[in-house]
Design a protein around this ligand. Structure first.
Ligand code: GLA
Length: 367
């Protein structure tokens, strides 16, 4: 494995999908996964770009088998993981799974320390396309060495598998994980609360230089649909898209409201996340309750601007064209991506009224 970023083409844009953890914890089973995969298709999420259906902690039986192989919990997954992956694949989706780099998972189940090659081989045999490797019960271990071993194990298993590094940002993974995996957590676990979303957001502001095609900062999975207000869901989703974050839905796809579905399938916001240039947004202005985030997009002189209102009152927010990278005298074209409507030509500044705890996203192009 050479020095430099991964460039195997497995995650040219941030991975999108669903993960069981945020909403279901360890209460997962075969039926939930299949119904979720079906809902992903029926809701339009697959067409919007969501691909990976990932089971998190809690899928494994309490002990490995006599050969040392992982076994799925027979009560939760009676037909086994390979059969499940096959059914997920048949829906045009990909299948992901979870393990932990240490001696036990965060829920105390068997983990992979010393079994990396065996487990990667088994995952490959099962048809796994994505592996999240967590960091509980790793006392004294070097994250860099452990994840390097995982990268080698996956390579040896000879199946294209996305590696999701879940070390919570403790050992500055943005400085080393890009050579080993496709995404790495930058922070502690998200909660379905506004204060958690904004605290995580603050942690991402200095990390924009580290992210790009095949190596993404991961500010954790989505809490859209898990109890935030509609405006908060929009702000959370919009800012994760600005950050070029992996978009892993974490709600119950089988019974989401139309509002939640509209957020998750907002094509023009998803397009920002998935922009081919893969440039994570920078926060260019921060006042007490308001922020301006900007990211460059593929194409000539195109950018996305997010105007975030963290305060408790609706606000008219603006950004000067010279602040976001144009000349003040330029004439630009502005489109509101939540409203899916062209605002028209603007000079000097762009303006939007943003509800409390919400964010507008504007696409700005030079004429
Ligand atoms: C850690 C991870 C979470 C989730 C749980 C499972 O807390 O950060 O994303 O995987 O473990 O136990």
């Amino acid at each position: 494995m050479g020095i430099g970023r991964l460039s195997d083409g497995l995650a040219p844009t941030p991975p999108m999908g669903w993960n069981s953890w945020n909403r279901f914890g360890i209460q997962i089973n075969e039926r939930l996964v299949l119904e979720t995969a079906e809902a992903m298709v029926e809701s339009g999420m697959r067409d919007a770009g969501y691909r990976y259906v990932v089971i998190d902690d809690g899928w494994m039986a309490p002990e490995r088998d006599r050969n040392g192989d992982f076994v799925a919990d027979p009560a939760k997954f009676p037909r086994g993981i390979a059969a499940l992956a096959e059914r997920v694949h048949a829906l045009g989706l990909r299948f992901g799974i979870y393990t932990d780099a240490g001696t036990r998972t965060c829920q105390g189940l068997p983990a992979s320390l010393g079994y990396e090659f065996r487990d990667a081989r088994r995952f490959a045999e099962w048809g796994v396309d994505y592996v999240k490797v967590d960091w509980c019960h790793t006392d004294g271990l070097s994250p860099r060495a452990c994840y390097a071993k995982w990268a080698m194990a996956i390579h040896a298993a000879r199946r294209p598998i996305v590696l999701s590094i879940c070390e919570w940002g403790r050992a500055r993974p943005w400085e080393w994980a890009g050579t080993l995996g496709h995404l790495w957590r930058t922070c502690w676990d998200i909660q379905p609360e506004w204060s958690s979303v904004t605290a995580i957001l603050d942690r991402q502001a200095d990390l924009h230089a580290y992210s790009g095609p095949d190596h993404w900062n991961d500010p954790d999975m989505l809490e859209v649909g898990n109890g935030l207000s509609d405006g908060e869901d929009r702000a959370h989703f919009a800012l994760w898209a600005m950050l070029a974050a992996p978009l892993m839905a974490g709600n119950d796809l089988r019974q989401m409201s139309d509002d939640v579905r509209r957020v998750l399938t907002a094509n023009e916001i998803v397009a920002i996340d998935q922009d081919a240039r893969g440039m994570q947004a920078r926060r260019i202005r921060r006042e007490e309750d308001t922020e301006v985030w900007v990211r460059g997009l593929a194409g000539t002189r195109a950018i996305a601007v997010a105007l975030l209102n963290r305060g408790s009152e609706d606000r008219e927010l603006s950004a000067g064209l010279d602040e976001v990278g144009f000349a003040a005298t330029d004439v630009v074209r502005v489109r509101d991506l939540w409203l899916r409507s062209d605002i028209g030509a603007r000079r000097r500044e762009i303006v939007s009224t943003v509800p409390s705890h919400s964010a507008a996203v504007l696409r700005v192009t030079a004429y």
